[in-house]
Write a protein that binds this ligand. Sequence first.
Ligand SMILES: [Zn+2]
Ligand SMILES: [Zn+2]
Length: 439
Amino acid sequence: MKRLLKGARVVDPANGVDGRFDVLIDGERVARVAAEVPAAERAGAETLELKPEWIVCPGFIDMHVHLREPGQEHKETVATGTAAAVAGGFTAVACMPNTDPVNDNASVTKFIVERAAGAAARVYPIGAVTKKSAGEQLAEIADLRAAGCVALSDDGRPVSNALILRRALEYARMFDLAVIDHCEDPALKGEGVAHEGFVASVLGLRGIPAAAEEVMVYRDVALAEMTGGRVHIAHLSTRGALRVVREARARGIRVTCEVTPHHFTLTDERLNAPLSYDTNLKMNPPLREAADRDALVAGIADGTVDAIATDHAPHHYDEKHVEFDRAPFGIVGLETAVSLALDRLVQPGVIPVARLVELMSVNPARILRVPGGTLAPGAPADVTVLAPDVETTVDPGRFRSLSRNTPFAGWTLKGSVAATIVGGRVAYANTELLGLAGR
Ligand SMILES: [Zn+2]
Ligand SMILES: [Zn+2]
């Protein structure tokens, strides 16, 4: 079937497109982007009338998501996680391997791929670097690749052994896979639960110093330079780590990085608010200082940061509803990321919409070497429709995710998702905006 997205602003930086155009979708693919699609071509197409303030762009890809299946289906499943993804404007997610069992072999990868077959969004599994992500023996990287893994990571923990990471980068390079590293020095992090600084001292919380992240980023850059492999720094959170990436890239080293919405929005001062010890402010890496947050925003604007990724980490209420020290790290992010980015980055003019599309679509597709990031004719019809003019209030009670662990409950943000189209199918429509219930 054909579908015509009519009357909005199309922002497609990969093709240098930014203006008022109609987009014709034929079946699962983009057929044409034109100011006026010829009547013969659009005959029989179902038309989605959009507002001129709205933005049609290539589908957003969240390259850092924890879907929890297999093993922790009470937190999230492939079905609920992808339902949350499309409600949040993502047409695809890459899922981290720290499931139970760990995605360190082709049978687990195949299980995830099968689960994803009927899911709302596309799912790209990330395979483990080492068996059980234990950091000792390399996983079967060729098998993981053949089964459908698009990158390698032991996320949840770093690849601590530098020799293992060297070997992983050498193998991954043969398959053109990025190795995504959760950068923290385990000894320096110790039993820390919050950013090491003034706020943690006042609250009596054990600190995680910025250097715990930075020493690993230095090491990873050195190994990327040595091997020629591609390192991607997950959830980069400190100004020092950003500086290392900036300098490395200037020297031509193949290193990329992502920043989460919570790290470009919040600081550790939140912990010292009346709702202090809120475990929905406990994540790893921790919320850093204002100077770090400001540096990340600058890096997002100047191009040093490649991607915005959520590190969507669902946890059950009972697991989070304990003392700060005992609570698991992590928050959900799929259903708040786009509104936070529109409200905090685009509305104040920190970045133009085209840059947002690079951060959330073009670059994740490029780093993972997956389809997407473009509305060129013949490309998969994965489309995110943004309504930057529409305010939304974060209501965890309405999340599609099985988990509710967000620090943004009750926040009113300017910028909403109007619709999410995956392979030509309307996977999510904001019914208040579009009146498309049941499609
Ligand atoms: Zn991590
Ligand atoms: Zn993670």
